[in-house]
Design a protein around this ligand. Structure first.
Ligand SMILES: [Zn+2]
Length: 428
């Protein structure tokens, strides 16, 4: 997973209008970014849309990725079985059959009379029959998601062109690439008839030629540059964003690459130049603070991070960074501010282990050992280290008054039982 306030905000701005158009605004669906450069976007459980970093970097316009998100919203709105689609994506026919065995047995029993004398069934066998009906079921879901997606785009005043471009690109690629090259291709079979139907539907839209606003295109390009700067090797960044490119995204990618390769002063100068161009871009200030913090200058990181927190629409992840800078500085009064920042951040983002780790440190500096132990237990818990979490929570319980809110929270962790069985709601 990748946590970055800038990219999460961009994807929220892409998805929220679509989800409203789909009647899904109340479901509080989260977008989760996966650190994977292959193109993929998928819905797991009707609560989360997963988007690979590669889907963003491969989309040259906002409209292209928005089209994919519109299609995925169509799957959620249609209530399409995510487990089935996931299994089909890895083409494990045997396991699908095993999964549907109960259902399949019922269907077979109910229809056994019809199959007598049907030579195709006799020759193909029940597994092949089931496989074929699954594939046609899947195809009808894909076509339905296409139609819903185009409708959501129309309702939000956006062109269906990007959706068509992305799906057309997959068809073109599949002519050359070996099957299985791209996960999105596997889970979204794109026979040419489907793309032809989509083309007819999309070109009928009066918004076909409507373009993304220049502001949105710039945010999109900055997000792609950020992913490249953080995820790619230095020489790859230099090749994709050469010095001859003086655009803001290229300068952003180079500044990130410079700070990651430990030339702090050069990086700060490059980031300051970016801030001059867009003084109210929260994420330029965030980057400056992050570079200074990781470069061992926490006291200098505080001012830019404060500015970023002020400017960002959803500052939770930046509040954690600011608290980290406050904890690392030698200001004894900083612990109170760190605690209140982290309380706010964790109320919005309760699954950030670093937030609890910093909270433990801030309470430790204040001498509140009960809260420090509880926060350490929560940090271990959100990291998935239940054993350590239980030990720390048991120690926290001895420091709190019995029945107090902190004691109750610690007691919940001590008594926590991991869910047994398959799945447990985790993506795989
Ligand atoms: Zn699909």
């Amino acid at each position: 997973m990748i946590r970055a306030a800038e990219i999460e905000q961009l994807l929220r701005d892409y998805t929220q209008p679509l989800l409203r158009a789909a009647g899904l605004a109340q479901q509080n669906i989260q977008v989760v970014i996966i650190n994977d450069r292959a193109f993929n976007a998928f819905v797991m459980d009707g609560r989360r849309i997963f988007v690979n970093a590669g889907a963003l970097t491969d989309s040259t316009t906002p409209n292209q990725i928005i089209g994919v998100l519109a299609h995925e919203s169509g799957h959620i709105a249609g209530g399409h079985l995510s487990r089935l689609r996931e299994q089909l994506a890895v083409a494990q026919t045997q396991s699908i059959i095993a999964m549907l065995l109960g259902l399949g047995a019922m269907v077979a029993a109910g229809r056994s009379g019809q199959n007598v004398g049907d030579p195709s069934v006799a020759i193909l066998g029940p597994q092949e029959t089931i496989r074929r009906s699954l594939l046609s079921y899947q195809r009808s879901q894909e076509e339905q998601a296409d139609r819903s997606g185009v409708r959501f785009l129309a309702a939000t005043g956006q062109s269906p062109k990007g959706m068509y471009e992305t799906f057309k690109r997959f068809v073109d690629q599949s002519l050359f690439a070996a099957r299985g090259a791209d996960p999105y291709m596997q889970s979204h079979p794109m026979p040419s008839e489907r793309v032809a139907a989509l083309e007819t539907l999309a070109k009928a839209s009066p918004l076909w030629e409507k373009h993304d606003s220049p502001e949105l295109q710039l945010r999109h390009d900055l997000a792609r540059a950020k992913l490249a700067g953080f995820l790619d090797r230095g020489d790859t960044v230099a090749r994709r964003y050469p010095f001859s490119d003086s655009g803001l995204p290229a300068r952003y990618a180079r500044a990130i690459a410079t700070y990651r390769h430990a030339d702090l002063r050069a990086a700060v100068a490059q980031i300051d130049a970016l801030i001059q161009v867009q003084p109210n871009n929260p994420y330029f200030h965030e980057l400056k603070g992050q570079a200074l913090l990781e470069g061992g200058k926490p006291a200098e990181a505080i001012a830019p991070l404060r500015r970023a927190v002020q400017l960002a629409p959803v500052p939770a992840l930046i509040q954690v960074l600011l608290a980290q800078a406050l904890n690392a500085s030698n200001d004894p009064k900083a612990a109170d501010e760190a605690v209140s920042l982290l309380r706010a951040a964790l109320a919005r983002e309760p699954e950030v282990p670093e937030g609890y780790a910093q909270l433990a440190m801030a309470y430790g500096r204040k001498g509140d050992l009960a809260q420090a132990d509880l926060a350490s237990a929560q940090a271990a818990f959100t990291r998935g280290d239940v054993k350590t979490a239980r030990e720390l929570a048991a120690r926290a319980k001895t420091r709190f008054a019995v029945g107090s809110p902190g004691w109750v929270k610690a007691d919940d962790i001590v008594g926590y039982k991991p869910p047994s069985g398959l799945g447990a709601g985790r993506p795989n």
